[in-house]
Design a protein around this ligand. Sequence first.
Ligand SMILES: [Fe+2]
Length: 300
Amino acid sequence: MLTDTIQPSTDPNIEIANFTLRDEDLPEFLDMKFEDINQLALDHPGASDEAYRTRRDHIASLAKNFRETGTITDVEYTDEEQGVWRYVAGKLEDLQQKYASPFYLGAKRDLGFSNDRIPQLSEMNRRLKELTGFRLAPIEGLVETRAFLSWLSYRVMLSTQYIRHHSHPAYTPEPDIVHEAIGHIPMFTNPNFADYSQLVGHGARIATDKQLEELGRLYWFTVEFGMVEHEGDIKAYGAGLLSSFGELEHAFSDQVERRPFNLEQVTNHEYTYSDMQPVLYVVPSYAELKEVTRKYIESF
Ligand SMILES: [Fe+2]
């Protein structure tokens, strides 16, 4: 079995803007209560499939193993899992050609993405390291907002490895490898987007509870559901859009109001997880997103 080593901490002095992150500020990682996050929700399509639950638990245990050893274990995906990937990746690719940001589409090619095979976090890390120094660390499932965002300050994104249930390939109520790999990973090869993510992470570490809520909304309307201007057109770069047929088509329909990005509006915009998004925000560029966010976090 292939393995790759990644340590939770990086350079002891990562400098970005006026911020210096020190190793002693590292969020608690080994002590996180993972039994609380390793739950399959009752409304999950695989909730009553015993074989699926066992398989998901096994893949989740590899993430637990990572925290104990610092080593990422590659997952030997089954033919059925590869089949789910082939179906979803192929179908999303067609929609993305129409709607995704050109940067994202180029990044997928640069990363060597294949619609035929689920990528391993370890191979993605080797390529990300060369491009922006971003890294992925395996996780069993959703963790609370401050912990998740704080890891971005180390240019680390916590990432699940298991895949959605085969009965509903278009849908998952929790993050899975389709969402992480197709939705998130390509954008981390963009230097401005990587710096922006790190700034959000830094903000999460020093934020009050109210500011943390604001950062959660900023993350939602950019990293998950963001749109960007491109040569007079609007394109999608958010992971929640790029990894969902339904959300991606909906985002460009008449049912959605696409507003110019305004940081104050975004950080105060309450949203719901369960419905399709009625309002989305369009950034002029990733560089501008980074600069307004830098100023905002400097005010914390
Ligand atoms: Fe996500």
